[in-house]
Design a protein around this ligand. Sequence first.
Ligand SMILES: [Fe+2]
Length: 276
Amino acid sequence: MIPRSKRQFEASGRSLPTGPTAGFTDVHCHCLPGLDDGPSDRIKTLDLCRALAADGIETVVATPHQLGRFEGCYDAGTIRDAVAELNGSLRDAGIPLTILPGADVRLDERIPRLIETGDVLTVADRRRYLLLELPHEVFIDPQSLLPGLASIGVAAILTHPERHVHLARNPGLVERWVEFDMCLQLTAGSFGGGFGQLSQDAAWTFVCAPMPILVATDAHDTAGRSPRMSEAYRLLARRLGTDSARILCVENPRRAVEGKELLMLARDDMPREVIR
Ligand SMILES: [Fe+2]
């Protein structure tokens, strides 16, 4: 049985990982040079990769935007080639980071077909999880897309709902997608207020949502959109406890990259003040 909660994980006889705040996996990062709105060149990419490694991250899924305003700008093969080239550059530069291929995919009804044809990339190219981004300006319900994804064995990880104004103001909306195995990705920087008060409050609300949740950086650079994963881990550990913080920042991101089922936080383990 795949453990769906911390209790089941412990009951399975395995212990949750403990230890220092390192060994993070980041499933959402714009780190490839010159493709999207991430680093514009190789030097800035290496600067971002040094910042990711210094933040305790060991494995990164490179997730340039696909579809939406970036449709037709580069294809899946270009992303895979850029990942291979960056891994070579990291080895040459002595930066202890491994990059895997992926994409940050804008909501589009063609996604299931484009996954099947290999044109849209899933997390770590495993065809198990898709990073799904909603349009920022308006709310479009992704529900009609989810059965098509499920039919090809892919679960959506909805990216940064806490930074979507309509979802942040109506966090209960995500519960309608639980039956389609949707997961949530919260942004590391949101927990400390890096995206404003609304997103910060919403991040602490969404962390209690009744679905699998993981934290990722969605980093683009070393300044305003820097990684902040270790900061998120410390904030989550202080409020939810170390085991929950490790599920959100270490275990679930690693499971997503490995194509394994994600763990749920046990709601009755949460401090009363974070349950709304
Ligand atoms: Fe992103």
